[in-house]
Design a protein around this ligand. Structure first.
Ligand code: ADP
Ligand code: F6P
Length: 479
């Protein structure tokens, strides 16, 4: 039997229990089959990281991880991945902080990952690489002579040429994506943008059926929306809502309605305009005072990157200001926490909430939207307010869809959610539920692996594009 090898920067090691904020780890953990290998960064830094991965096995899944040095962490993770690629992929060009040494570090870590992984691979393994930290990994594996089927999934948005052209070394990175056999995106918008970039920036030739020719490579670009294990999450929510933490929350609210937001503390999540919107709701509709409490859980994330620290400080200021303006001696409108909370506890909180606020400025998919829907009690469901710029909005059209840049529109949607009658809430929930139960984590994996398993005899004609920068551009006509 073929083994599945999953590769991602973040690996949820079973030895490290605790809440995990991050969609990728959650969804893949839902769907990994026994016998698989999961390879990536251990999450630790070491003075002199060893070349050989540390290996542990749990529930018949093998986890092989390597440490990063302080310099690698700074250049690869905090630097190029999270201070250049992340903002660029979320269309925030002005938040890119490019340094040439970070790019060199990014490429070097990808080479090191490839060398360590290549030693573990068996000839029939299918390799599935995830996310923006590891864009050139496939090309590095090809350069080492690896001829296995290799797929890549991007969990973030992907911008059109006008955006992607602003990425330093963008042509080389785009060319390296063509070394995979299958490249996947959450939505058709992102897939189309990618195909446009390969055509316009590299001179690649799409055939209209998802196959793309580029130099000696031919690969497929697919749409495959990620989901959750909806049934299991719904069960967990029902149980957890009867548990001690949910009951404490309920008791603390009395008769008030709960609005909830759950995110990593990230500028892509639209937290500033969400809080602004809550303030506008209270300003415009004084009768909602004392009637609603907004619990925003924003787990601290990537704190070594200045823009994340700055956002944290700004949110502290705005949260304090909002509560100062509207609190009464026995009512605090906003409850704001920056600690991660266990997924089980969150599930119970969602079930109890009257509305869920998922208003990212741009998001690959957004699993919180799906978790919120799965957690609801169908007899008395809460209302989802969803940004039109979350990948999830493509599927979840019966949410209250808002423009996250327009705080007034979000405030109006909150008012509508607070006053929506039971029948409309049930109708919307029925339709959303169908979508969430259809696009599960399992289906996401099956669809991708089905594509990766096709054309098994059609192994790449060459070892893929030469990934030295000049060579890849010269051989394939990239500017
Ligand atoms: P991202 O991958 O950008 O973090 P997603 O919404 O797709 O965004 O996935 C987030 C995942 O992490 C979800 O499973 C969610 O439950 C979990 N999560 C998000 N925020 C928190 C938080 N504040 N505390 C605990 N878990 C969180
Ligand atoms: O989904 C986006 C993502 O970057 C995942 O790749 C990652 O697991 C998650 O967010 C959390 O981010 P980080 O690994 O930087 O803590």
């Amino acid at each position: 039997m073929q083994r599945l090898v999953v590769v991602s920067n973040r690996v949820p090691l079973p030895s490290e229990k605790g809440p995990r904020a991050g969609g990728l780890a959650v969804a893949l953990a839902d769907a990994l089959v026994p016998g698989s290998l999961w390879f990536g960064w251990s999450g630790r830094r070491a003075a002199r990281p060893g070349a050989e991965p540390a290996v542990q096995t749990s529930d018949d899944i093998t986890y092989a991880t390597i440490d990063l040095s302080d310099t690698e962490y700074r250049q690869f993770y905090a630097g190029f991945s999270n201070s250049v690629l992340w903002p660029l992929l979320h269309f925030r060009l002005s938040l890119q902080h490019f340094r040439a040494e970070d790019y060199q570090g990014y490429r070097a870590v990808n080479r090191r990952f490839a060398a360590a992984l290549a030693r573990l691979l068996r000839p029939t393994d299918r390799v599935w690489v995830h996310d923006y930290h590891l864009i050139p990994l496939g090309a590095e594996l090809r350069a080492l002579g690896v001829r296995n089927r290799i797929g890549f999934f991007l969990h973030t948005p992907f911008g059109p040429p006008a955006i992607t052209q602003a990425l330093p070394h963008g042509n080389a990175l785009l060319a390296s994506m063509c070394a995979y056999d299958v490249v996947g995106f959450h939505t058709e918008t992102y897939r189309t943008a990618f195909v446009d970039c390969v055509r316009e920036m590299l001179g690649g030739k799409p055939d209209g059926d998802g196959r793309i020719g580029f130099g000696t490579c031919a690969f497929t670009a697919i749409v495959d929306p990620i989901g959750i294990d909806a049934e299991a999450f719904a069960r967990m929510a029902a149980t957890s809502s009867r548990g001690a933490e949910s009951q404490r929350l309920r008791a603390s609210l009395g008769d008030r309605k709960l609005a909830i937001g759950v995110d990593r503390l990230d500028y892509s999540k639209g937290l500033l305009s969400r809080m602004d919107a809550f303030g506008r709701l209270l300003e415009r509709y004084p009768h909602h005072h004392r009637e609603v409490s907004f619990l925003q859980i924003a787990a601290r994330s990537r704190e070594d990157v200045n823009d994340y620290r700055d956002l944290g400080e700004e949110l502290n200021r705005i949260a304090g200001d909002l509560n100062g303006r509207f609190s009464e001696f026995d009512w605090v409108p906003l409850r704001y926490m920056t600690r991660p909370v266990r997924r089980r506890t969150l599930a119970g909180f969602y079930r109890f909430a009257h509305m869920g606020l998922v208003t990212p400025l741009r998001d690959g998919m957004n699993l919180v939207a799906k978790e919120f829907v799965a957690a609801q009690d169908s007899a008395d469901p809460g209302v989802l307010i969803l940004s039109r710029f979350a990948g999830a909005a493509d599927e979840m059209t019966d949410a209250l869809i808002v423009n996250p840049f327009d705080a007034d529109e979000i405030a109006e949607a909150m008012h509508r959610a607070l006053t929506m009658n039971l029948e409309e809430r049930q109708e919307r929930h029925r339709s959303l539920r169908q979508r969430v139960w259809h696009s599960t984590a399992r289906r996401f994996c099956e669809v991708f692996l089905d594509h990766l398993g096709r054309d098994e005899d059609d192994l790449p004609a060459s070892a893929g594009p030469d990934q030295t920068e000049g060579a890849s551009l010269a051989s394939f006509g990239g500017a």
